[in-house]
Design a protein around this ligand. Structure first.
Ligand code: SAM
Length: 207
């Protein structure tokens, strides 16, 4: 669950100047790629939530499900175009509404994510927290909360703490969000490598 404090909840941003016009959606898109996409495929057992807390219509959340997603390209511009397209659809109805195979949008932020998750074990990536390598990461459906370039707001930090999320760290330095996420995902890959259900699905685009 990647939380963009200023990331625009609307499609009104420019692909020519993504970082400043989108409230740093680029940070969230790199996280999306790090969590979901591997070379020539994606992690079927992973879903990513981009919580967009900035600008008009906020908060809204984009959910990308590895199990169902199609036509995801790994470059930031293509991912930005996809997110812009799904955000352009009018906000309507309750819960997540699919706007592209495996890509859905919901009006609402963290509470909406929580309702969608069901039973889960919550972890929060925090600088200075106990190293992920020493942690069991037990429990059903581990969920990881990650801040953007500005970290977490006071309100978000309190919301995450109220979920009983366990803090985990990925080393002694303050990393970019996508790098921190890549390390956690890699840890999960090592502990639970692809099994009988085969390697990650090759995306239909072949990227
Ligand atoms: C660039 S950092 C945020 C820095 C921001 N100045 C702050 O104080 O929170 C972005 C996010 O990456 C994650 N992160 C960065 N380095 C980390 C580390 N060493 N261990 C765990 N998470 C880390 C955290 O979730 C953080 O909110």
């Amino acid at each position: 669950v990647i939380i963009g404090q200023e990331a625009r909840a609307s499609h009104h941003f420019s692909l020519l100047d993504l970082p400043s016009s989108s409230g740093r959606l680029d940070v969230l898109l790199r996280c999306l790629r790090a969590a979901l996409l591997v070379s020539h495929g994606l992690r079927r057992d992973t879903s990513v939530y981009l919580v967009l807390q900035g600008g008009w219509g906020a908060p809204r959340t984009v959910r990308v499900e590895g199990e169902r997603a199609r036509f995801l390209r790994p470059d930031e511009r293509s991912l930005a175009m996809l997110v812009r397209r799904v955000l352009a659809a009018p906000a309507e109805g309750e819960g997540f509404i699919e706007r592209h195979p495996g890509v859905s949008v919901a009006q609402g932020g963290l509470d909406q994510v929580l309702a969608d998750l069901g039973q889960a074990t919550h972890y929060v990536l925090e600088e200075g927290a106990p190293d992920v390598r020493g942690q069991a990461l037990e429990g059903p459906a581990p969920v990881f909360y990650l801040g953007d370039h500005r970290g977490f707001s006071v309100e978000t930090r309190a919301w995450i703490a109220a979920r009983g999320a366990k803090p985990i760290g990925v080393g002694p330095l303050s990393l970019h969000s996508d790098d921190a996420l890549a390390l956690v995902v890699n840890e999960l890959d090592r502990r639970d490598p692809p099994g009988d259900d085969g390697p990650p699905r090759r995306d239909e685009r072949g990227d």
